[in-house]
Design a protein around this ligand. Structure first.
Ligand SMILES: NC(=O)c1ccc[n+]([C@@H]2O[C@H](COP(=O)([O-])OP(=O)(O)OC[C@H]3O[C@@H](n4cnc5c(N)ncnc54)[C@H](OP(=O)(O)O)[C@@H]3O)[C@@H](O)[C@H]2O)c1
Length: 495
């Protein structure tokens, strides 16, 4: 059995979508695993006037499932308390503080507090300043803050937010969520890279020709237009998830497998991320919006026709770009990234293409291809290595062979979900899988430069729904004599 954690967990936004869909199931799984047992309580706060009984029903419904023991879910929900609270109102923090102190005594949680900001980011600074002014941080036990994305809208707003958080919390008490870092295959990148002799020595410019990162979604903007219109693909996906994946793929080997040494290694990548100027940003980054198209006999809406989207919206739903890292080990190796909505298929996958063999024994016409390694993050999890081999037969033709490994889907489904891992990390005080200010500040500066170049453009290019983006995204690689490794055919829209 794991060691039991003790804490009063206060969730701001306790009636929200994230809380119901992700946080309550994650906490329940930690309860089932025994990480949470007797000594924990959760206070959910939001404005709507719910009773504790109603809140218990919400929590029980959120964790319900075929494999869920209803009595266990009921017992779990008894640890939840609801407080109606407008986060802009100082008086409520006193009630909250008293309730937390009472639950601390009742559940013997040792003065440990976790504050989870699961609300719109406009409120993050207000909450942090009230936590300080109304003295909600305890003197004994730990105080930890979990903060959701987006962390700012640009460098200036991210810095302002960070300054206001660090006025209340020490940096090592702040856990900035990027749920990609909770994904099995992202964490696996470290094992894969640093525990395989066959890769360690070749993971550099001498052997790798280029790196490709694709985070593609098949769905459109859905009900999130209010948020997405202000963010777009660059801020929503590239600033955080893509940059984190990039750092995991390219960081030097950390000295030890500890949060500090991993941060130091990642920092070298973020320091090597030199912002483009206006001209080079335009040259190296492509944006576009999805346009209406007929897909499987249905007419799919274009982005500008979606509910809540301005008819003249300048928000990009697709980004492709080329990033060069200013690090000796990656000199001259382009990292091509792309992400977008309404693309051909949903998948996050990363491909490293190796240099062709320098003095080939066989001529190119035989069919030889550069080796490549693809890592599948989701929906399937695993990797494949494409190598050259001799084709069966009397001649001497070369053909690419593929070594494939996929996690067993059943075992993968039973493994902890990202939020479960991340909340577990917070309970343990482990910062490894969270983003740090040094990373955020560097990535925002990089993103701001691209955004500045785009803000000068008046034309918004489009791509038909269910394709892999505009022609310009293909030209970006073609001009370097390369192409996207993954060029999926559509299977079905919701895939
Ligand atoms: N949903 C997701 O899957 C997801 C994924 C990644 C990140 N996030 C991030 O998680 C955060 C929450 O997202 P969400 O989707 O859960 O939003 P949401 O469903 O709109 O929930 C917002 C919550 O804030 C409460 N609230 C709003 N104004 C308030 C006020 N003045 N005082 C107190 N409570 C207030 C709402 O309850 P009342 O109306 O009752 O006050 C509700 O509980 C955001 O930062 C979002 O970017 C969400």
């Amino acid at each position: 059995m794991p060691e039991e954690s003790r804490a009063v967990i206060i969730i701001f936004g306790g009636s929200g979508d994230l809380a119901s869909r992700k946080l309550y199931p994650a906490l329940f799984n930690l309860y089932r695993r025994g990480v949470l047992a007797e000594h924990f309580a959760v206070i959910g706060t939001a404005r709507r006037p719910w009773t504790d009984d109603h809140y218990h029903e919400v929590v029980e419904n959120a964790v319900a499932g075929d494999d869920v023991d209803r009595d266990q879910a009921k017992a779990f929900a008894q640890h939840f308390f609801y407080q109606s609270h407008d986060v802009t109102d100082a008086d409520h923090y006193i009630t909250l503080k008293n309730l937390a102190a009472k639950l601390d005594d009742q559940y013997v949680t040792g003065g440990n507090r976790i504050f989870y900001m699961a609300m719109a980011p406009d409120f993050f600074e207000t909450i942090a300043s009230h936590l300080k002014s109304e003295h909600l941080l305890t003197e004994r036990g730990f105080n930890r803050l979990i903060i959701e994305k987006p962390f700012g809208h640009d460098y200036a707003s991210a810095k302002e937010l960070n300054d206001s958080l660090t006025a209340t919390f020490d940096d090592d008490q702040i856990f900035r969520i990027d749920h990609y870092l909770g994904k099995e295959m992202i964490q696996n990148l470290l094992a894969f890279r640093f525990d395989n002799a066959i890769f360690e020595g070749v993971w550099n410019k001498d052997y790798i020709d280029n790196i490709q990162i694709t985070l593609s979604e098949a769905v459109g903007v859905e009900e999130r237009a209010g948020y997405y219109e202000k963010a777009g693909a660059l801020r929503d996906m590239v600033q955080n998830h893509v940059m984190q994946v990039l750092s995991y793929l390219t960081m030097p080997k950390p000295k030890t497998f500890t949060a500090n040494d991993i941060l130091t290694a990642k920092d070298q990548v973020f320091a090597a991320l030199k912002p483009y100027d206006l001209a080079t940003a335009k040259e190296n980054f492509v944006r576009a919006q999805y346009a209406s198209a007929e897909v499987d006999g249905d007419q799919v809406l274009g982005y500008r026709q979606e509910e809540g989207v301005a008819a003249d919206s300048q928000t990009a739903t697709f980004v492709a770009g080329k990033i060069m890292l200013d690090m000796p080990q990656w000199e001259g190796v382009p990292v091509y990234i792309r992400t977008g909505k309404r693309l051909t298929r949903k998948s996050t996958q990363l491909t490293l293409t190796f240099e062709p063999v320098t003095s080939p024994l066989f001529n190119r016409e035989t069919g030889s291809q550069p080796d490549s390694l693809t890592i599948y993050i989701e929906p399937s999890e695993g990797y494949s290595l494409q190598l050259n081999g001799k084709a069966l037969g009397t001649g001497f033709n070369i053909e690419p062979d593929e070594l494939r490994y996929r996690h067993d889907p059943e075992a993968a489904a039973a493994a902890p979900e990202a939020y479960e891992r991340l909340i577990n990390n917070v309970l343990e005080g482990d910062q490894t899988n969270f983003t740090h200010w040094s990373e955020l500040s560097a990535s925002w500066r990089f993103i701001d430069a691209i955004q500045a170049a785009w803000s000068q453009e008046t034309e918004m290019p489009t791509y038909p729904a269910a394709t892999m983006g505009p022609q310009a995204a293909f030209d970006l690689l073609a001009r370097d004599g390369r192409q996207w490794f993954w060029q999926p055919r559509r299977i079905k829209l919701a895939d």
